[in-house]
Ligand binder design. Structure first.
Ligand code: ATP
Ligand code: MG
Length: 430
């Protein structure tokens, strides 16, 4: 994309409404704009990140046999009366009445709807297990929307649901989801830690939250240093992985256990703050029973399938990643989800040699590059490139261009290399 034509409205001033770094940087780097309290429009650079995160989430869900569907954002109140949650959910639910006085709502989550869909279409144990998921906007009328997309009212969530024959199957599914989640976070380029959690409004018996570390996190977290070097991508067996994750100490302040903590050698103790980016629940037959979803078993008897639900905050992740990865100058995107791989900085717009080399680099990188072709001072271009935080900057000035040389800057480390253009390209592509 050519920056001269792009809808990337960067700001020099720090917006006064933003209290934390990620919110400030998302506004300043032109990723989002607020449309109403807790409701945001995603501009081209922000949407590219959101889409890349969703793509990784999707790949890891598909890998474990989950099937993507797309349920509507608007749901009928009657569906929620079946589970008994319509009244219980309270003010966080946005309730709507249509022109025929029918009660609707903007979905905060989809346990009821997916249970109804599976109930109406699956009749036999032979058709289990089922693991549908979707990536869809949710609405929760949070009392205090704040911190930008970290706590919005409208937000993008991947929510998945599982229906198994029995507890053993449901527990296996739960473990395979935990591994898929840890693979997802690792591929995105962040360290997430699973922590035993309360089940809250969803209900049920077993739950884990996934936290990423950032000083502005809402939860205090205590964990074993082993999580700093964990490798989910190298794990093959969900059972062994689950065992390892759940026997190594990690807890939010709500679940912190001083006596277990005291057993951990001091050099392995880590304390910090965490942002919840995902949560998974096993809740057995809570919804299948309430909504009368029974299937016929091998013995001809009816039984209620065992269920779980699994969420990742896709839009919250964008803010959380920035909280974990930024410096004074701006965002430092992990390569896998950066809006573009490289920025090309033309330091002498209008100089034929410089323009030609920049155009060549831009052609070579195609959709992976953001080309700063504006008539701007070099200083302003450097500052904006650092603010936007793409992994690489290809800096092209007239002196170097005359010799076919560019300066390549690595945003995360600040390293700079003087290289022939083709070698710089190879490094960016590697
Ligand atoms: P929180 O405790 O932060 O309010 P939650 O426990 O109510 O979140 P879940 O029902 O577990 O949220 O939803 C799954 C995921 O959706 C969360 O882990 C989080 O990443 C994301 N999420 C929840 N609420 C919001 C919100 N208001 N804004 C952005 N993301 C959210
Ligand atoms: Mg949660």
């Amino acid at each position: 994309m050519r920056l001269s034509k792009a809808l990337i409205p960067t700001l020099k001033e720090t917006p006064s409404e933003a209290q934390i770094a990620s919110h400030r940087l998302m506004l300043r780097a032109g990723l989002i704009r607020q449309m109403a309290s807790g409701i945001y429009a995603w501009l081209p650079a922000g949407l590219r990140v959101l889409t890349k995160i969703a793509d990784i989430v999707r790949e890891e869900q598909d890998r474990i046999g989950a099937q993507e569907v797309l349920m509507p954002t608007i749901q009928s109140a009657d569906l929620w009366r079946e589970s008994g949650r319509y009244e219980a959910y309270g003010k966080e639910m946005l309730r709507i009445t249509d022109r025929h006085d029918r009660e609707l709502l903007y979905g905060p989550t989809n346990e009821e709807m997916i249970t109804a869909i599976v109930r109406d279409n699956i009749k036999s144990y032979r058709d289990l297990p089922q693991m549908p998921y979707h990536i869809q906007w949710k609405f929760r009328d949070e009392v205090r929307p704040r911190f930008g997309v970290l706590r919005g009212r409208e937000f993008l969530m991947k929510d998945g649901y599982s229906f198994d024959l029995d507890f053993d199957g449901a527990f296996r599914t739960y473990k395979s989801i935990m591994l898929a989640y840890m693979r997802t976070f690792q591929r995105i380029g962040i360290t997430a830690i699973p922590m035993r959690a309360d089940t809250g409004a969803i209900g049920g018996d077993l739950s884990h939250e996934f936290h990423i570390l950032a000083p502005t996190g809402e939860s205090g977290v205590f964990f074993d240093a082993a999580f700093e070097t964990g490798d989910a991508l190298g794990a093959t067996d969900p059972d062994a992985f689950y065992e390892q994750m759940t026997t190594t100490y990690a807890a939010t302040d709500e679940k912190h256990d001083e006596s277990a903590w005291a057993q951990i050698p001091p050099e392995r103790k880590r304390e910090g703050r965490g942002i919840e980016v995902g949560q998974i629940f096993y809740f057995g037959t809570k919804y299948s029973k309430a909504m009368n979803f029974a299937v016929t078993g091998a013995d001809g008897q009816k039984f209620y399938p065992e269920m779980g639900s699994y969420g990742i905050g896709v839009s919250r992740l964008v803010g959380a990643i920035i909280e974990a990865r930024h410096d004074e100058a701006g965002i430092i995107w992990p390569q896998a989800i950066a809006p573009w791989r490289a920025a090309i900085l033309n330091l002498r717009q209008g100089d034929a040699t410089t323009d030609t080399l920049c155009e060549q680099l831009y052609q070579a990188l195609g959709a992976d590059a953001l080309y700063d072709d504006r008539e701007e001072r070099a200083g302003a271009k450097f500052a904006e490139a650092d603010l936007m935080g793409l992994p690489w900057q290809l800096i092209v000035g007239p002196k170097g261009a005359a010799k076919g040389m560019v300066e390549l800057k690595h945003r995360a480390t600040g390293e700079r290399f003087e290289l022939p253009a083709d070698e710089a390209l190879a490094k960016v592509r590697a």
